[in-house]
Design a protein around this ligand. Sequence first.
Ligand SMILES: [Zn+2]
Length: 422
Amino acid sequence: MTRESTLRFGAQTDEVTSLLRIVNLVRTGEAMTRPEIGRLTGLGRGVVTQRVDQAIEMGFLADGDYGPSSGGRAPRTLRFRSEQGRIIICAFGALHIRVGIASLDGDIIDDGHAHWDIASGPAATIDQAFAMLDEILLRHEDVPVWGVAVGIPGPVDFDSGRPVAPPIMPGWNGFDLRRRFEERFDAPVWVDNDVNLLAFSERARRGEDRLDLIFFKVGTGIGAGLLSQGRIHRGANGAAGDVGHVRVRESESPCRCGKVGCLEAEAGGWALVRDARQALDEGAGGALARERGSGDGLTPQEIAMAAINGDALAISLVQRSARLVGESIAALVNMFNPGVIVVGGAVSSAGEIYLAEVRQRVYELSLPLATRDLAIVRSHGDEKEPLRGGAEMVREQLFEATFPRWFAEGRPLIRDVMPAAS
Ligand SMILES: [Zn+2]
């Protein structure tokens, strides 16, 4: 295939549309053979053959084995060549960076992790992420990058790919993240909130089309990702799900965002560490006192672990957090009517101690109809979740939103059929 014939598709939209539909049918497993494609699209046999040949020539599809026969000659199956392109994911947390590369199927091929304070600002943080990605890419064959996912712990304007006044990311407001990554990888870049990526990961894991789900993360901070009928709800400005800064009754605790009495200033990981330190200063004993004595202060994970191991102070801190989180979730349940609530993050790693309290508050405070079929579960808590979620987000953008445009522009680049420089 030459550059001319790739570009030609730009002018013939019907041809592009049916070609794309065929690639996507095979990619999603809805159709495996040419006769199945014919049945699903209503296209004639000759047209199907022609389009499939084009898709094979362009590198998107390949012939596979022979499928089961329904009487006559068994039809040849087709497969999507997910190894032809690569997705790059960079997930920034408040205190760490996770990077990875994935195939077009969303499988994570390799990944890396480093502790890093996002308050170091965009320049140094992005340099660090690029260095980590370079190290990974060196270990693998050179495959064209089709898309890049960037996750950040704050609100994002999804259309422009810029952070919007992120409370814990000084220096990042309005920073053109998309351009930095586009320049580096010469591929389209999508920037999203970190909890949205976790919601995407849940969607990929469950494989359900029309999921109504809330991912509620109680880590150092607190945030939620909302899936409505399988789609992420980002809101008018990208601030949807920023529940950590909703006001809690009778609280005067100062928050990282500059306001007073926010949910995360009472129930988030950093607030629990603050409260634990205060209790210890006032003479509390037990596991947390020993933990703190051993050196580098306390973390939300350590408090959750101490609660699991029966420490009274840790249990009371964790349960209080769970009650407040349960009240916030109850309000969301009444308004949003999700089928599933997934609770994740370091504080919730206390497990059943946490979930039992959340469930109790939600069922007490929500409308019976809204909780009739509601499942409240723990996230898998796997550290690769943000990477899987990033790959899923890019896949959605590539194959549902922007694929047609790419075809018209002669991209994404396919390794075998790269046109010679003109
Ligand atoms: Zn706040």
